[in-house]
Design a protein around this ligand. Structure first.
Ligand SMILES: *[C@@H]1O[C@H](CO)[C@@H](O)[C@H](O)[C@H]1NC(C)=O
Ligand SMILES: *[C@@H]1O[C@H](CO)[C@@H](O)[C@H](O)[C@H]1NC(C)=O
Length: 258
């Protein structure tokens, strides 16, 4: 009997969390992120990722928030994700996902650098990363940069190296006005709690100083699924399951990199 009760309450919480998310999409939360006291200041944002599909798997709540508020978003993907030889296909898939995510295709750049190849054992040089990312920032007049935190959601070394590359730029150009935000990695229970994690994320943001932590609900969670489905070469059963169960489909918590 106890397990029936547990499962039905889980289902209830799951459904009410989804309701909360859809309610937010009908009447977007009064979120202050990047709204400077009501006046919308359009930003040139650079999202820095390691592999094609990181944007759809982890960052859709952030991308949706930014595009729906008219910010100009660029994506820099530092590898074509060639760990299993499907790199050229994966590059095209990223462009298809951009269409779903409402990011102009010409704003997405996918690099294939000999020293930055996809893989668990591959160490990416932080100085090289910083140089490449900085050049991209200059050429698009970027004033806001978003990337992984130092754990990189899944702990993948490429994600973590990308973080340190961005960190290095922010450390060394403190006088230039560039804001950096990192995607907060959560523990494994929160990571796979689907929409239920929005409650933890909302509480976490309330506990912390408002200006330093931002909780962004995905106003279009179905978009994560359709965007990820564009990555056909990756669209195997366990990734479909991941998209449904992952809290990153429903909410992103961003922390300001100070
Ligand atoms: C990292 O890259 C920089 C710039 O490209 C280079 O000067 C440096 O030697 C590289 N470091 C390593 C350990 O390869
Ligand atoms: C950036 O600065 C912080 C704090 O000063 C330091 O701990 C960190 O190692 C630096 N990171 C890089 C990549 O330079």
């Amino acid at each position: 009997m106890a397990w029936i009760l547990t499962i039905s309450s889980l289902i209830l919480i799951w459904i009410s969390s989804l309701c909360k998310i859809f309610q937010a999409s009908w009447s977007p939360m009064k979120n202050s992120f990047l709204t400077n006291g009501g006046a919308l200041q359009k930003r040139n944002v650079l999202l820095v990722i390691a592999h094609p599909d990181d944007e759809s798997m982890f960052f859709t709540p952030t991308i949706g928030y930014l595009t729906s508020r008219g910010h100009n978003i660029h994506i820099l993907c530092l590898s074509i994700g060639n760990a299993d030889g499907k790199g050229s296909t994966r590059k095209l898939e990223l462009h298809q996902a951009c269409t779903i995510l409402k990011v102009p295709v010409q704003n997405a750049k996918v690099l294939d650098h000999p020293d930055l190849q996809d893989g668990f054992g591959k160490v990416w040089n932080h100085t090289l990363l910083a140089k490449i990312i900085e050049d991209e920032m200059i050429s698009h007049g970027i004033n806001l940069i978003i990337t992984f935190d130092d754990h990189g959601v899944s702990g993948h070394c490429n994600h973590r190296d990308v973080h340190f590359g961005v960190r290095k730029i922010l450390n060394e150009t403190s006088k230039v006005h560039v804001e950096g935000w990192e995607l907060v990695s959560t523990n494994i229970f929160r990571k796979y709690s689907g929409p239920i994690d929005i409650w933890c994320s909302i509480l976490y943001a309330m506990w912390h100083h408002r200006g330093l932590i931002q909780c962004l609900l995905n106003e279009h969670p179905e978009r994560s699924y359709f965007a990820m489905a564009q990555h056909l070469s990756q669209w195997v059963w366990f990734r479909k399951l991941f998209v449904a169960l992952s809290s990153y489909t429903y909410v992103n918590t961003l922390r300001k990199m100070t």
